[in-house]
Design a protein around this ligand. Structure first.
Ligand code: ZN
Length: 521
C-alpha cells in the first residue's frame, strides 16, 4: 500500500511537470531540422549512452566487434546510418527479442549475462512508467522522460494535421492507469488548445480508477480541460458507437483513437446496431490492422490509419492518406530501421525481420538493432504528404508481427491464424473480430491451446466450431502437423468464455505464452 502511494505520488509529480511543458511555436521546423541532422544526433546519443557506459550490453558488443566511437563516426559519416547499422548487425551488434527479455547474449564463443534494464539512457531522467502490455509477468517497465514523451507528442500533432479534418470531435478509447496513454493524449490535445470530447475506457480495479481520477483532477486544477473516463459496461462498446453516431447527426465527424481491437469493437457495434458513423477517422495502434478488422471498418465507412509503437523505442511511424495497408512513414529523427532476411522458425517461409535503433538523444532506452519480431518491407515514399515534406521519406510497408504459435514442435504463422479467428470464424458462426481468441499457455505437462469464444457471439454448437477450426488449421501452413499434435495430445480445447485481456486491458486474438506485447506509450 505504501509502495503504491509512493508510486502514484511520483507519477503525480512527473505528470504535473508534463502539463507545464509548452509546445514549440513551430513543431514542424523542429522535426524537419532534427530529421536532417539525424546522423549527428545518433552519434550524440551513443557516445555517452553506449561508448562511455559500460553497463549497457551494447558497450561490450561494440568492443567485441572492435568498433570504437571514432570508427563509428567515420563509418556513419562516409556511408550513412542505415548502411553502418547493417555492418554492425553483421558484426554481431544487435539484440534479439529474447535477449531484450534477459536471455544471455551469445555471439560465437562470446557470452554475456546482462540486465535489459541497463539499456536505459543515463542522460534521459525517469518519468511516467509504461508497461509492455503483452507480458503479464516479467514485463519490462519503461520510464520515458517527460521531454521524450513531449517530443513524441509532436508526431501526434503531425498525424492529426495530416489526417483529421479540423473541428472533428475527439474520442479516445485508450486505457486508464496503469497505462498513462489516455491521460497523456488528453493532456497533449489540451496543450494544443483543443479538447478530448470523450474518453471511453474499459473497466479496471477500483484503485486504478481512483488513481486515474486523481490525475485528471490534477490536470484540471492546472487549467487543462480534461475528460474523466467513461467506463464502458463489460464487453459492450455500443455507448461509444452511439456517441459517435449522435455527434455525426449533429454535423461533427469524429477522430477516434485507440488500439485496433477496441476501435474494431466500436465499428462492429455500429454495424450491428445500424448506426451511421461514416467518415470517422481512426488512428489505431497496438496491433496490426488485419484484413478482418479492415473489413469491419470499411463496412461502416471508417478510415483507419496505423500508428506503429514499440514500447522500448517509442513511436516509430504513422500512416498518411497515400500509404496503403499497414504501412507507416518512419519517424527517422527518433528511430532508424533496417531489416534482415531470416526464416520464420520451422517454416519454409522467410520474413524481413525489423531491427530498430534509437536515434533521438532524448530516448529512454538506447538500442542498436533491436529485433522485436515484427517484419515489414522497408522502402521510400515521397508521396508529397506532410510526413514527406518534413523529411520522413523512409517507410515500412505491411508491418506485422511474425509472432508464432508453438507447442509440440509445431508452428503456425500468427497472421494466418489471426485471419481465421477474425474473419472466417465470425462470418461462419457469428460475432465479430475480438470474439474468438486462441490462448497458448504453458500447462503443467505441455503447451495448452484454448479457443475462447465470447458469449456475445451467440455460438450454440461449440463442437462444430472445434471441428471447423481444426479443419481450417490443417489448410494453413504447418497446420496439418499442428492439428495432428493438438488432437493427439488433447491439448486443444474450445470453451465459451470471454477472451482474456492483457494487464492494460487489450484483447489479442492470438494470446501467446511468450509473445511480447506493445502498448501505447
Ligand atoms: Zn505519405
Amino acid at each position: 500500500m505504501i509502495r503504491e502511494a509512493i508510486y502514484y505520488s511520483r507519477m503525480a509529480w512527473h505528470y504535473g511537470a508534463y502539463t507545464r511543458m509548452r509546445p514549440p511555436a513551430d513543431y514542424r521546423s523542429l522535426l524537419r531540422a532534427n530529421t536532417a541532422r539525424r546522423e549527428e544526433r545518433f552519434l550524440e546519443l551513443v557516445k555517452p549512452a553506449i561508448f562511455d557506459n559500460p553497463h549497457t550490453p551494447f558497450h561490450h558488443l561494440l568492443r567485441r566487434a572492435g568498433c570504437e566511437f571514432g570508427d563509428l563516426q567515420t563509418m556513419v559519416t562516409a556511408q550513412g546510418l542505415e548502411s553502418s547499422l547493417q555492418k554492425l548487425h553483421a558484426a554481431g551488434v544487435y539484440m534479439t527479442n529474447a535477449e531484450n527479455k534477459g536471455s544471455p547474449i551469445f555471439r560465437g564463443a562470446f557470452r554475456l549475462e546482462h540486465d535489459p534494464a541497463l539499456t536505459r539512457n543515463p542522460a534521459s531522467p525517469n518519468g511516467i512508467e509504461t508497461f509492455s502490455s503483452g507480458s503479464r509477468s516479467g514485463g519490462l517497465a519503461t520510464n520515458a522522460s517527460n521531454a521524450y514523451r513531449f517530443y513524441r507528442s509532436h508526431y501526434e500533432k503531425l498525424f492529426m494535421d495530416e489526417n483529421v479534418p479540423a473541428g472533428s470531435a475527439i474520442v479516445t478509447m485508450q486505457f486508464t492507469l496503469p497505462a498513462p496513454g489516455g491521460l497523456l493524449f488528453s493532456t497533449f490535445v489540451a496543450r494544443h488548445g483543443m479538447r478530448v470530447d470523450k474518453w471511453f475506457a474499459s473497466g479496471g480495479p477500483f484503485y486504478y480508477r481512483a488513481a486515474t481520477a486523481a490525475l485528471v483532477l490534477e490536470g484540471r486544477l492546472l487549467g487543462l480541460p480534461l475528460p474523466m473516463p467513461d467506463y464502458l459496461p463489460q464487453n459492450d462498446y455500443r455507448p461509444a458507437a452511439r456517441w459517435i453516431a449522435e455527434a455525426k447527426r449533429q454535423g461533427r465527424s469524429t477522430f477516434l483513437r485507440g488500439n485496433a481491437s477496441a476501435c474494431t469493437r466500436v465499428a462492429a457495434a455500429a454495424r450491428d446496431g445500424g448506426l451511421d458513423i461514416a467518415g470517422t477517422v481512426c488512428e489505431v495502434s497496438g496491433e496490426a490492422i488485419t484484413p478482418g478488422k479492415r473489413e469491419v471498418y470499411k463496412a461502416v465507412g471508417m478510415r483507419a490509419y496505423p500508428r506503429y509503437v514499440a514500447t522500448e523505442v517509442g513511436t516509430l511511424g504513422g500512416g498518411c492518406p497515400h500509404l496503403d495497408g499497414n504501412s507507416v512513414h518512419i519517424y527517422s529523427d527518433s528511430v532508424a530501421a533496417i531489416s534482415h532476411r531470416r526464416p520464420a522458425p520451422l517454416l519454409d517461409t522467410e520474413v524481413d525481420s525489423l531491427l530498430l535503433t534509437s536515434t533521438n538523444p532524448l530516448a529512454s532506452r538506447v538500442y542498436i538493432n533491436l529485433e522485436v519480431d515484427d517484419c515489414g518491407e522497408i522502402g521510400t515514399a515521397d508521396c508529397g504528404c506532410l510526413h514527406s515534406q518534413l523529411g520522413y521519406t523512409r517507410v515500412i510497408r505491411d508491418v506485422h508481427s511474425f509472432g508464432k504459435l508453438t507447442g509440440h514442435s509445431t508452428t503456425l504463422v500468427g497472421t494466418d491464424v489471426v485471419r481465421l479467428l477474425e474473419s472466417r470464424l465470425p462470418s461462419k458462426f457469428g460475432g465479430a473480430p475480438g470474439d474468438y481468441q486462441l490462448v497458448e499457455r504453458q500447462g503443467e505437462a505441455q503447451v495448452e491451446m484454448k479457443l475462447r469464444i465470447s458469449p456475445r457471439a451467440g455460438v450454440a454448437d461449440i463442437a462444430a466450431v472445434r471441428a471447423y477450426f481444426l479443419d481450417e488449421v490443417r489448410s494453413v501452413f504447418g497446420g496439418a502437423l499442428s492439428r495432428r499434435e493438438w488432437e493427439h495430445s488433447g491439448n486443444f480445447e474450445v470453451v465459451v468464455a470471454e477472451p482474456l485481456r492483457t494487464r492494460t486491458g487489450k484483447v489479442l486474438s492470438l494470446d501467446l505464452a511468450g509473445l511480447r506485447g506493445r502498448d501505447e506509450a
